[in-house]
Design a protein around this ligand. Structure first.
Ligand SMILES: [Zn+2]
Ligand SMILES: [Zn+2]
Length: 290
């Protein structure tokens, strides 16, 4: 019998959590929206069979290195009060622990306000999904970083997937001449109707507190099991020691990722062994210049 971490939900609410991160959040979101050029139809990952040459990587083929201290998902969740769990996992999300994994199911519908897609800048609608994401509870470092695929690369605490930082041409999707356009919550839908984030989402209501002058709150998990936090490290400032994956280690959290104002915004690559069941079918793997 799995530990039931389900958090049957609160009514959907567009409320933005007020936290010390809020100003930073606003900066994160406001930066890209107005400067993005008109976008070609169908922003997001390429359809299957199109785009860059697929480069599949099986997690099993990578050697496991000894991990530093890690704080797996189950440990993080068990520290939450029932009220916090309820606040964090909205009604569209169910999280259970089973078989060494945090299993997150979600309908993919945002629990915050969005633009009324399709819009002048995005022809796609937000469609209900049937996500099952599997987050390893005991993340293990891979021998070397694994490139990120297109499509979901991790999941936010509200059940909305994170995507890699690239557009369909393999260029920076968030800033610069090829930037895509996001709504005020930093998300948009792809051709399959999957609403997603490429950068720190403004509207996530994390159940985890983000102390003033302290480390930012947890906002989700990558599919290698390492947690994703807001922008600030333990001194209340963005960390200066992030690796190419956008992660670092501290004594409390072990290895973890941070969102950043600059590329790659969420993850640069997977530091850990990825649960490949999160990538059904043929996947297109992204990368710089791809
Ligand atoms: Zn996108
Ligand atoms: Zn940190």
């Amino acid at each position: 019998m799995p530990d039931d971490l389900e958090a049957p939900g609160l009514p959907k609410s567009p409320t933005v959590k007020t936290s010390p991160d809020l100003l930073a959040l606003l900066v994160f979101c406001a930066a890209a929206v107005p400067v993005a050029p008109a976008q070609s139809p169908g922003a997001g990952p390429p359809p299957r069979g199109g785009g860059p040459e697929p480069r599949e990587r099986g997690g099993a083929s990578l050697t496991v290195a000894l991990p530093a201290a890690v704080q797996p998902a189950a440990q993080v969740l068990s520290a939450l009060t029932p009220a916090q769990k309820t606040a964090g996992f909205s009604s569209n999300v169910r999280a259970t622990v089973s078989g060494g994994q945090l299993v997150v199911t979600s309908d993919g519908l945002p629990n915050h306000e969005t633009d009324h897609f399709p819009t002048s800048y995005n022809p796609n609608r937000i469609l209900r999904q049937n996500y099952t994401f599997r987050i390893p509870l005991a993340p293990k470092f891979a021998e070397k970083p694994t490139p990120l695929p297109f499509g979901p690369i991790g999941v936010a605490i509200n059940g909305i997937p994170f995507y890699n930082p690239y557009n369909r041409e393999g260029r920076d999707a968030v800033m610069g001449p090829n930037a895509e356009i996001f709504d005020s919550c930093c998300g948009h839908p792809d051709q399959l109707g999957r609403y997603h984030y490429h950068k720190f989402p403004l509207c996530i209501r994390s159940p985890f507190t983000s102390a003033a002058g302290g480390h930012a709150a947890l906002i989700g998990w990558a599919f290698d099991g390492f947690a994703i936090f807001g922008p600030n490290g333990e001194n209340g400032q963005p960390p200066t020691d992030l690796d190419e994956c956008n992660g670092h280690v501290d004594a409390v959290r072990g290895y973890h990722y941070h969102v950043t104002a600059k590329f790659p915004y969420v993850l640069g690559a997977y530091k850990g062994l990825v649960d490949m069941s999160n990538f059904p079918g043929s996947r297109v793997w992204g990368g710089p210049g791809r």
